[in-house]
Design a protein around this ligand. Sequence first.
Ligand code: SF4
Ligand code: SF4
Length: 172
Amino acid sequence: MKILEKRPENLHALVTEKSAENQSFRNFIHALPSKQIDFTLDVIIPEVEKNIDCTQCGNCCRQLQPGLSEEEISGLSSIKNINVEDFKNQFTAREKGTMIQYMTARPCVFLNQNICSIYESRPHSCKDFPYIDESRIKMYWKRVMEYYKICPIVFNTIELLKKEVGFNFYFT
Ligand code: SF4
Ligand code: SF4
């Protein structure tokens, strides 16, 4: 399995180049059985993750604003050694019209070079990233494409998925 791109700084140009192709892939993937996509992702994702070292990247921690539960805010304010209200005021915001809270700083205040300084205590939304599975690909394509622009794991997973399900043959 050949990894195509490991450097997040190169993704932007590739995304522009592949814009029409990705639009077409979106339609193609919708016509495929969910089980086939799931089965293929189960093979691809571990291989991609094995070949990409997140400690050499850290781009999600520079670009994204992870969601936080109230409990996580409390834990992170203890780590920062400040009270919860001060932590909220300095480091978080609430999504308009919702109860969703998220960290505002980009890069994240807990990022040290490419490494999370609170790795064991990082929020669930960080642990779960890059959230890639069949239902997200089908239902939240726009969001998957946002992650495809910044995360080499997502980029390579989508590119290998195209190959494994025969899209490259269809598209060229
Ligand atoms: S808490 Fe850690 S894993 Fe989450 S965005 Fe910040 S540095 Fe990255
Ligand atoms: S999850 Fe993606 S963006 Fe984040 S560090 Fe790993 S390869 Fe980079």
